[in-house]
Design a binder for this molecule. Structure first.
Ligand code: RNT
Ligand code: ZN
Length: 422
């Protein structure tokens, strides 16, 4: 680990930040305490454990690459998650998909999901004080192969998926009860049509009806935060996606649900950062899926950049941290999966650290005095303030590797563990 100027760099960074009225210690504490929900599905390319060798199939999302070392069992995936946890500073949660249940070698269909299938996960996570979040899985299944689930014209198929999400909510409630704090239960469906449809309204009416059936079950208070995730389009659903952002904004606002906004689910020039303050007054909360679209919803590994910085900045400025949940959502099988997972989570943590280091008071003054030049100059100054030294300090204090040591740590796990996998 590089020790050049260590200590001094942080000290001078803290002094530099003090000049612009920023308390570095407060920013470090806030950034470390902010929970990021790791997505289990980066570990095995959205495969899950319904059967050996299960793979992502359909749903308009894709994983590309076949880098060796993928987790094949729940034990391997848990080992990988522990490794990622050691590489990422600050508070973490873990988001599971329904297909990651432990089904004991039996075929358990999605409409037969039980909290018992997640008892192993709950025990494992409980030992680590790692709160769980949950997602029903409405893809990679014969009854989703047509591209329709909750909107399917056949009432029997709709009922199957309604039952799946009802049961997913019960699993989430069991997690919430076990961990003593709410489990976010996110629902995303792939439903859409490749080409023109004359029945947009009918599909969406069925979606609203299916969702109403799902949320008709009142769960005990404080266990679950229900979230719905819209989308612009998916592969094979380019023309029409039933669960669009507009649909779910209206649905979440009227049914009092969390609205999920995934950074890859909008037109390229739309800004999730901008949407945050537009939707927060009207929904109980927001779940953000932190991701990186490259030309489309490609779920590239999250890295430091303007879009992530703007989202983190707006989350912090919103003063609504109690109503914003942060989830990661990217999957890349073309590079070391552990490295990919951890780069993204570290980038998210960095972005929030930088946001907590924003010269908030000075910006507020410039804003209040309507001094547009001073405001712009401050934003510009913030770009080159020495936040890298504060990031190194966060890593140091939490026992996570700094960026220099990070690559070697990933390589060491690849050599000791991943290389043994077929
Ligand atoms: C798909 C959504 C959804 C999924 C995960 C696997 O476009 O972003 O969140 O990525 O549920
Ligand atoms: Zn998402």
């Amino acid at each position: 680990m590089s020790t050049v100027n260590k200590g001094n760099e942080f000290k001078s960074a803290a002094e530099r930040y003090a000049e612009v009225g920023v308390d570095v210690e407060a920013a470090l504490a806030a950034a470390a305490a902010l929970p990021l929900s790791l997505h289990c599905w980066q570990g095995d390319d959205v495969g899950g454990f319904e059967r050996a060798g299960a793979a992502l199939d359909g749903g308009g999302i894709q994983v590309t690459g076949n880098f060796p070392g993928k987790a094949r069992t729940v034990e391997e995936l848990r080992g990988d998650i522990d490794e990622v946890r050691s590489l990422v500073p600050g508070a973490l949660r873990l988001s599971l998909h329904a297909i990651y249940g432990e089904f004991g070698g039996k075929k358990v269909d999605r409409n037969a999901l039980e909290p018992a299938h997640f008892a192993g996960w709950m025990a494992w996570a409980g030992e680590r004080k790692l709160p769980l979040d949950f997602n029903g899985t409405l893809f990679s299944h014969p009854l989703a192969a047509s591209g329709w689930t909750l909107c399917h014209p056949d009432p029997a198929v709709r009922a199957f998926w309604v039952e799946h999400v009802v049961r997913s909510r019960r699993v989430a409630a069991a997690m919430g009860a076990a961990q003593g704090s709410p489990c976010v239960n996110n629902t995303w469906i792939p439903d859409g049509s490749k080409d023109k449809t004359a029945a947009r309204g009918a599909y969406r009416a069925r979606l609203a009806d299916s969702l109403d059936r799902i949320y008709a079950e009142k769960l005990p208070a404080g266990l679950v935060e229900d979230a719905v995730e819209g989308k612009l389009f998916g592969i094979g659903a380019e023309y029409f996606t039933a669960g669009s952002h507009d649909f779910y904004l209206g649905y979440a606002a009227t049914r009092r649900l969390f609205l999920t906004m995934d950074m890859g689910h909008f037109h390229p020039t739309e800004s999730v950062a901008d949407k945050l303050s537009a939707v927060l007054p009207f929904v109980p909360g927001v779940l953000l899926h932190l991701s990186r679209p490259v030309r489309w919803d490609s779920d590239h590994v999250l890295i430091t950049g303007d879009e992530l910085a703007e989202v983190a900045g707006e989350v912090v400025r919103s003063k609504a941290l109690d109503r914003v949940r942060l989830g990661l959502d990217y999957f890349d099988a073309s590079i070391n999966r552990i490295g990919a997972w951890a780069i993204g989570a570290r980038a998210a943590r960095k972005a929030f650290l930088k946001a907590f280091l924003e010269p908030e008071a000075l910006l507020g003054e410039a804003e209040a005095s309507r001094d547009g030049f001073a405001r712009l100059a401050l934003f510009e100054e913030a770009q080159t303030l020495p936040w890298g030294a504060v990031w190194d300090e966060l890593c140091e204090r939490t026992g996570a590797p700094n960026d220099r040591a990070f690559t070697a740590a990933v390589a060491s796990y690849a050599a000791s563990t991943l290389a043994r996998r077929g």
